[in-house]
Ligand binder design. Structure first.
Ligand code: ZN
Length: 441
């Protein structure tokens, strides 16, 4: 009996042990799963932390880079704030405006400077700033002074005007930001252009302007992107200056009949003033002091400047003259009138002699020789009979709405004087009449 009990106990014990063992094993496998799960979770968490750390690090680096970029900008912003604060009381602006008020017309440079000062003093929304930049742009387009054109265009944009800024006026970073095509355009233009001294060669020797490139960084002397031959010649002007190609009343013209009878009365009242002469890279231009006028039916048109083309841009019955002088005028409404005097090879011209002996040595720098006065009237013939038509500036941007008066009487110029003109060829070809009428008095 004892033995049976012992056996029963043993069996029971064995079963118990088995069950215990089984239970244990089960427990173990559950724990194992749990551990695996927990490990995976821990690993995932670690990965997330790492990723977060990396992105924080990247953000930190970006911040540092931005700070490095901002540092000089901050300096500039501080300078600008200081300039604004110094001008805030407005007395500098009113002093300058007071001083300028005495002069009836202001140069493009002065207008641009006035616009900038107004903007700094009164803010970009000031209508006076806008007006000054507009005037600066009009005047500088006439005189083809790129730096001032850029100053005026950028000023207008800053004052909120939606105008197209010439690509060469854009700051470098903005140029790079343009699309591929435009970017290429801009750089190929840079290539095609004579800068600084190179350009001088291109013009005076009448060679391809490609000679002049290679000095891309010399932005200060960057020339407007047009010339009289090759890639920058008159046929290509329309790419950058659309009116030159699309305009329907462009100048110059081949003047031939039939003519309409003109009853307009035109007289020049030019005054002597200190000589200011400029080689703008396209022509020799004399900048005229205020006070010289062309009266058209009694309406005064202020003479702004006069300049030369070789040969004459206008033809009469298909024939050009040796050269032409264009006297550029503007009335109070902003309307332009050009008086053209054809120069014919013959005797020496004393007026031209004065001008040619005072030619500027450097391009784009106005030269005002001491004690030299000039009266533009010295270049006019006695007779004021004219042909007249509605036309445009004969240089980019080829703006239309310009009334032309080409005098029938020519003025002499010596062959040597023609040859001494620094531009061998600076005449735009004659343009289509497109139904315009040519008047004759
Ligand atoms: Zn001209």
């Amino acid at each position: 009996m004892k033995r049976i009990l012992l056996e029963v106990f043993l069996v029971a014990a064995l079963i118990g042990a088995g069950v215990f063992g089984f239970m244990n094993q089960k427990q173990a496998s559950i724990s194992k799963t749990k551990i695996t799960e927990l490990t995976a979770a821990a690993e995932a968490a670690e990965k997330t932390v790492k990723e977060k750390e990396e992105s924080i690090k990247a953000a930190e680096e970006e911040m540092q880079a931005l700070q490095a970029e901002m540092a000089p900008l901050e300096g500039k912003a501080n300078q600008l704030e200081a300039v604004k604060a110094a001008l805030a009381n407005g007395s500098t602006l009113s002093d300058l405006e007071g001083a300028y008020k005495k002069e009836k017309t202001l140069s493009a440079e002065r207008q641009a400077g006035l616009g900038a000062l107004r903007m700094l003093t009164k803010g970009a929304e000031d209508p006076g700033a806008l007006e000054a930049f507009r005037k600066a742009l009009q005047l500088s387009e006439l005189g083809d002074r790129k730096n001032t054109i850029c100053a005026a265009q950028l000023g207008l944009v800053a004052a909120g005007e939606k105008i197209k800024v010439m690509s060469e006026c854009l700051p470098k970073s903005e140029k790079e930001g343009l699309g591929d095509k435009e970017d290429k355009d801009a750089s190929s233009k840079d290539d095609g252009h004579g800068k600084g001294k190179g350009k001088d060669d291109g013009h005076s020797k009448g060679k391809g302007k490609d000679d002049g490139h290679g000095d891309k960084k010399d932005e200060k002397h960057a020339a407007p992107h047009w010339g009289y031959e090759g890639e920058m010649g008159p046929e290509k002007w329309g790419k950058e200056f659309p009116t030159c190609a699309a305009g329907k009343s462009q100048s110059p013209l081949d003047i031939k009949g039939p003519f309409l009878k003109s009853r307009m009365v035109v007289s020049a009242d030019y005054k002597e003033g200190p000589l200011k002469i400029l080689n703008n890279g396209h022509t020799i231009q004399v900048v005229v002091s205020p006070g010289s006028k062309l009266r058209i039916d009694g309406i005064a048109h202020e003479l702004l400047q006069f300049h030369f083309h070789r040969p004459s841009e206008e033809k009469v019955d298909g024939k050009p003259m040796a050269m032409v002088v264009h006297f550029v005028h503007k009335n109070a409404e902003g309307k332009l009138a050009v008086l053209g005097v054809l120069l014919k090879e013959g005797n020496e011209n004393p007026g031209i002699k004065t001008l040619w002996t005072n030619l500027p040595k450097e391009e784009n720098v106005e030269y005002a020789p001491d004690g030299v006065n000039f009266n533009p009237g010295n270049l006019l013939p006695r007779e004021m009979d004219f042909y007249s038509y509605q036309g445009s500036l004969t240089t980019p941007p080829c703006t239309e709405g310009v009334r032309f008066f080409i005098l029938k009487t020519t003025v002499n110029i010596a062959k040597e004087q023609v040859q001494a003109f620094p531009f061998k060829m600076n005449a735009r070809p004659v343009q289509a009449l497109n139904g315009r009428e040519i008047l004759s008095n």
